[in-house]
Design a protein around this ligand. Sequence first.
Ligand code: ADP
Ligand code: MN
Ligand code: MN
Ligand code: MN
Length: 359
Amino acid sequence: MGSRSERDVAKIRCMYIWIDGSGESVRSKTRTLDFVPKTPDDLPVWNFDGSSTGQSSGSDSDVYLRPVALFDDPFRHDNAENGLKNRLALCETENAAHEPTRTNHRRSCRRTMSTTTIADATPWFGIEQEYTLFEADAKTPLGWPEGGFPGPQGPYYCGVGTGRIYGRDVVEAHYRACLYAGIKIAGTNAEVMPSQWEFQVGPCEGIDMGDQLWMARYILLRVAEDFGIVVSFDPKPICGDWNGAGAHTNYSTISMRESGGLKHIESAIERLQGRHKDHIRVYDPKGGQDNARRLTGRHETADIKTFSSGIADRSASIRIPRHVAQEGCGYLEDRRPASNCDPYLVTERIVRTTILDED
Ligand code: ADP
Ligand code: MN
Ligand code: MN
Ligand code: MN
């Protein structure tokens, strides 16, 4: 209907994505733009009904959405009409005074990461995101007999073939979608429990780790939706003799990566030991309750109450990978964060403890 010049304006769709009031789920809604954004700051601040997402009361319901990271949209990709790429925008949530909402932990993380001491240490992270696929009933792990169990763990980890692998089409589609979007996805593997999987994101510096991991989670949920499959980030989705799901956080600073870095890795581990409880408190969204089901001391975990560390030790809280010990530098792996952790809380806590030695 509009005039020719109106129709000629470049239109793209931008999906605004945010963490909701649960601190675990993401929400999204679309807005048409008549320009091509180059940075997240080019995008308008928007708003949504926070009373429907556990982020405000009904009488004061508007919550602001501030775009903070931009990715290419692997679902809408580019428009046939004008060849322009549609976008995904990760957003912070803010109240009327533009303060962060209760589950917006990015603001504090970003502030910490941008202090001179932290930024000079160039903290790198790589997170191994484990998750479990379920049938559309959200009760039966994908491919498991309804109300029953598959054969015991053993053949599934990095497995191949029918009866060992469930949901590879979801995993492959997610991998491609992440690469298209611009996520630094490092790899994927099938996990020890059947229908449990992992992807790794990293290495990412500072605030980028949280941004990239949350976007990768969004993409996974969105891909699985097209398959009618449910993604669970619960850290112990099936109780009993089945592995739980974590978000192992690999971490290094410049001094750890340089020759002789092992001694810096060791002193970081000493500081982590002194603040074990403070870490457990923010390594899942329920202050340690979710991880209590997972960190049992069995199934490749350390007991939640006891801090431990070791070379190549997958039953420790902190593992130094064997190749790192051999080369004398590299990174450490914190095996405690749960699969449903908030990476902003985890990465901020790690740099506060290991670099600032403070709460
Ligand atoms: P695992 O042997 O525990 O299964 P993975 O291979 O799954 O380990 O994941 C290792 C992760 O560590 C990857 O995400 C990778 O990007 C990350 N990583 C590699 N080098 C570093 C480093 N120097 N600092 C931080 N993270 C790193
Ligand atoms: Mn791994
Ligand atoms: Mn794993
Ligand atoms: Mn690991």
